[in-house]
Design a protein around this ligand. Structure first.
Ligand code: PHE
Length: 330
């Protein structure tokens, strides 16, 4: 038994210790098999033998348990040492982020209209034909639908091609007067230097009972807005066409890069087109069940505003997520 005491004392790891335990106290272990001898002994010898054997077993159980605790704590210490982290190492700071120029521009636009008491409305990105087209005076098979290359789902729902369906939804759920903007994501099947399949618009709509709202109101409101966004620019309205407004106009500002002299950005015209607008077509009011009202609406592309405001030459760089671009907007 002395050799077992020695090997427990010398044992250096838990696996070997367990082997010793099995050799002593396992089913066929040295101590266990001694117990088998009891049944052939007479009463007197048996008692003494059993007492000694129990003592021996208790001794080894205690020795094994003590060694086990010792080895385990050693292993934990070794593990902690191996996994230690040097908290004095220099850590490169990861740097703070910045608002993406599109979102910053969106915020500035929203801020302006909040100051002018417009409400903020939203609508779903997946729209149906009625809200995106039909109610906006774009009947099925109308050629003007080609202006907006649409992503369709199999069930003829679609990704909204503009924020104008939010006009429709708002008018159908609220009574006039209405004074709202609808900022959000829109989608078109278009991809080149100046178009991306996803971009952002801000829609505006003002509706009053009776004939209170005119093109003149629209003009002065947009002039003030564009001066807020771009500073001291000239604003001009060009006749245009949208199915949901009549009359309609496209709005230009004097080129903020050459101040009207002509440059590459304004294609030598001295003017930059920035938004579309008009007086709401009576057919739109009819579709949403409004009677005896007047109103105006406008829609703008946020990326276009952001590019002009920050002199970003390539639309695609707004969607690449290149930190070198984003870091310039801290
Ligand atoms: N919905 C139009 C577009 O996406 C923009 C617009 C909105 C024009 C409201 C006039 C009035 O092109």
């Amino acid at each position: 038994m002395q050799e077992y005491r020695e090997s427990i004392a010398k044992c250096g790891n838990l696996a070997d210790l367990d082997k010793i335990r099995v050799a002593l106290l396992g089913k066929k272990g040295a101590i266990t098999s001694e117990f088998a001898k009891l049944k052939d002994m007479d009463e007197a010898t048996k008692k003494e033998f059993a007492a000694n054997l129990n003592k021996l077993r208790d001794e080894f159980e205690a020795l094994l348990a003590a060694k086990k605790t010792e080895l385990e704590s050693g292993e934990i210490k070794a593990k902690m040492k191996a996994e230690a982290i040097d908290i004095t190492l220099f850590n490169e700071p990861s740097g703070a982020g910045a608002l993406h120029p599109v979102m910053a521009t969106m915020d500035k636009i929203i801020e302006y209209f909040m100051m002018q008491n417009f409400s903020l409305e939203t609508g779903p990105l997946i729209e149906d034909d009625f809200h995106n087209f039909e109610a906006l005076n774009l009947p099925k098979y109308h050629p003007a639908r080609d202006m907006q290359d649409t992503f369709y789902f199999k069930d003829f729902r679609l990704l909204r091609t503009h924020t104008s369906p939010v006009q429709v939804r708002t008018m159908m759920s609220k009574k006039p007067p209405i004074r709202m903007i609808a900022p959000g994501t829109v989608f078109r099947r278009d991809m080149d230097l100046t178009h991306t399949p996803m971009f952002h618009q801000v829609e505006g709509l003002v509706v009053e009972e009776g004939g209170a709202v005119s093109f003149a109101n629209l003009k002065s409101m947009l002039e003030n807005f564009l001066k807020y966004m771009f500073g001291d620019v000239k604003v001009r309205f060009r006749p245009s066409f949208f199915p949901f407004t009549e009359p309609s106009a496209e709005v230009d500002i004097s080129c903020i890069f050459c101040h009207g002299d002509g440059c590459r950005v304004c294609k030598q015209t001295g003017w930059l087109e920035v938004l579309g607008c008009g007086v709401v077509d009576p057919n739109v009011f009819k579709a949403v069940g409004y009677k005896n009202v007047s109103g105006y609406a406008f829609g703008l592309g946020v990326e276009r505003f952001a590019m002009l405001l920050h002199q970003i030459p390539d639309l695609r760089s707004l969607f690449e997520g290149d930190l070198r671009l984003l870091e310039q907007f801290k």
